[in-house]
Write a protein that binds this ligand. Structure first.
Ligand SMILES: Nc1ncnc2c1ncn2[C@@H]1O[C@H](COP(=O)(O)OP(=O)(O)OP(=O)(O)O)[C@@H](O)[C@H]1O
Ligand SMILES: [Mg+2]
Length: 449
């Protein structure tokens, strides 16, 4: 495709009236057919010309989506989890005993995206749904109240007995108002519910009792409609210890009564141990699904399928090079895919295009994916991580890190604990720690100490 820009003299009035120049230009016989570039406001399109190196791999149509929770153009390699969740939904709706699901995995592996997909699946079945993102410094009470409010709002228009909804909203309001931070006057959050708060239900101030009562009541509203309610909790490892315990107890109670309400979680790999430290029966409440990097076929599919929809192909060598670079990690697949597309000269995208794009993709990852996390660490925490990285990429023994830093293990506990709290490392097994961010060791080794 030619890249010539046809400069037609534009009358001054076209500029001031903001009229598309081509509409005013005389239609010269034999003038080239209007193309995508010359049909719209010429002055606006011009800055894009240097960016658009090829019509077929036009950056504007770049399908890849690196970003936190960004919906990928193709959800590759997650069929097993999707099928499992279908079964969970169906069984719960039929009142059958079923464990809920908890997704675990490293940073950028696709937990949030999968959780959002589960939410869409529940919504397709007309369930009520709500989602929260846990924060280490906050009780979940207020967030759960807002999420349950969303879930009930989804169900309300289909419910034949408005008083049942109102009763529940009264309980929900009472539950929300027991938020300790609201009581201290530090918060003016109002749940936006017009009905008066009810008394004597979900308002004891004990989160375990209140959550149980709230869940039982919500489940009974959903039962009226023959559907269920799903509460999704992202970054579940950040739920405070007391709240985890209350949440597990409420789920336990609900699983015994067979109420159609499930709590679906996602978090870092140590989430199962956080849950079992709180309640020993948590393993019987949740089915843990470890979300891992994509295998070769799935990683290729994640790249090929969206490109195909835009009429673009990859050579086999390009796919080989992309797999080597991204190592199957979904975030990296999107990041390398995006830059490679932007820099490619045309279709098919070749291994040379990937080679050209790799340094730019790495630089973007160094700033956005790794750097933003590294910045959050204090100097002592950085030393700790550098020591971990110098030992290797496998989980390392905390004693070994202390040795590398020539320090006593106990003196390093504060740095280690705050890194765990910040979600940068996790305790893989007893005495072993690892990075939550894939390839973080490699990134650190490339940094000046
Ligand atoms: N199955 C998949 N196929 C292709 N791309 C995916 C897939 N899952 C996730 N991605 C992409 O990977 C990136 C990271 O996804 P997501 O934010 O869900 O990861 P995460 O596990 O929640 O990370 P974090 O722990 O940092 O929250 C996004 O850009 C998303 O588009
Ligand atoms: Mg996430």
């Amino acid at each position: 495709m030619g890249r010539a820009i046809i400069a037609t003299p534009v009358p001054a009035c076209a500029m001031t009236l903001n009229v598309a120049p081509h509409l005013l230009a005389p239609k010269a016989p034999g003038r080239p057919r209007a193309t995508r570039r010359s049909t719209f406001y010429g002055n606006l399109r011009r800055p894009l010309y240097p960016v658009i190196k090829s019509e077929s791999v036009d950056p504007v149509r770049n399908p890849y989506a690196p970003g936190a929770g960004q919906r990928p153009p193709e959800l590759a390699g997650r069929d097993r989890e999707l099928q499992q969740f279908e079964v969970v939904l169906e069984r719960v709706a039929r009142g059958r005993p079923e464990r809920s699901m908890v997704l675990t995995g490293l940073r950028g592996v696709g937990k949030t995206v999968l959780l959002n997909t589960f939410k869409s699946m529940a919504m397709q079945r007309l369930w009520g749904t709500g989602k929260i993102e846990a924060r280490p410094d906050q009780s979940i009470r207020r967030a759960v109240a807002a999420a349950m409010h969303m879930a009930i709002r989804e169900l309300a228009p289909r419910h034949r007995a408005p008083e049942r909804i109102e009763d529940f909203l009264g309980v929900l309001k009472a539950f929300a108002m027991r938020d300790p931070s609201a009581a201290k006057g530090t918060s003016h959050w109002s749940p936006g519910i017009d009905v008066p708060a009810s008394r004597g239900r979900a308002d004891s101030g004990d989160l375990e009792i209140d959550l149980t009562e709230l869940f039982v009541d919500a489940a009974s509203v959903a039962t009226d409609l023959g559907v269920g309610i799903a509460l999704f909790i992202d970054e579940m490892q950040d739920v405070q210890a007391a709240d985890v315990s209350a949440l597990c107890a409420a789920c336990h109670e609900l699983s015994q009564s067979g109420g159609p309400l499930i709590v679906v979680g996602a978090g870092l790999p140590h989430l199962p141990s956080v849950l079992s430290a709180s309640k020993s029966y948590s393993e019987r409440l949740f089915r843990y699904a470890r979300i891992d990097r994509l295998d070769r076929a799935a990683a290729d599919h994640a790249l090929i399928a969206p490109a195909e929809r835009e009429g673009v192909e990859f050579t086999q060598e390009a796919l080989d090079a992309l797999y080597t670079a991204a190592d199957g990690y979904p975030y990296f697949v999107q990041a390398y895919g995006k830059v490679t597309w932007d820099l490619a000269l045309g279709s098919p995208i070749t291994a040379d295009d990937v080679r050209l794009a790799a340094p730019e993709a790495e630089a973007e990852l160094a700033v956005g994916f790794f750097g933003s996390r590294y910045e959050r660490a204090t100097p002592a925490e950085r030393d700790y991580m550098h020591a971990m990285a110098s030992i290797g990429d496998e989980p390392v023994a905390t004693a070994e890190v202390a040795e590398a830093l020539t320090r006593k293990p106990s003196s390093l506990s504060p740095a280690r604990d705050s890194l765990i709290k910040k979600g940068l490392i996790y305790s893989a097994e007893r005495g072993l720690i690892a990075f939550t961010v894939p390839h973080f060791g490699k990134f650190l080794r490339a940094q000046p100490v």
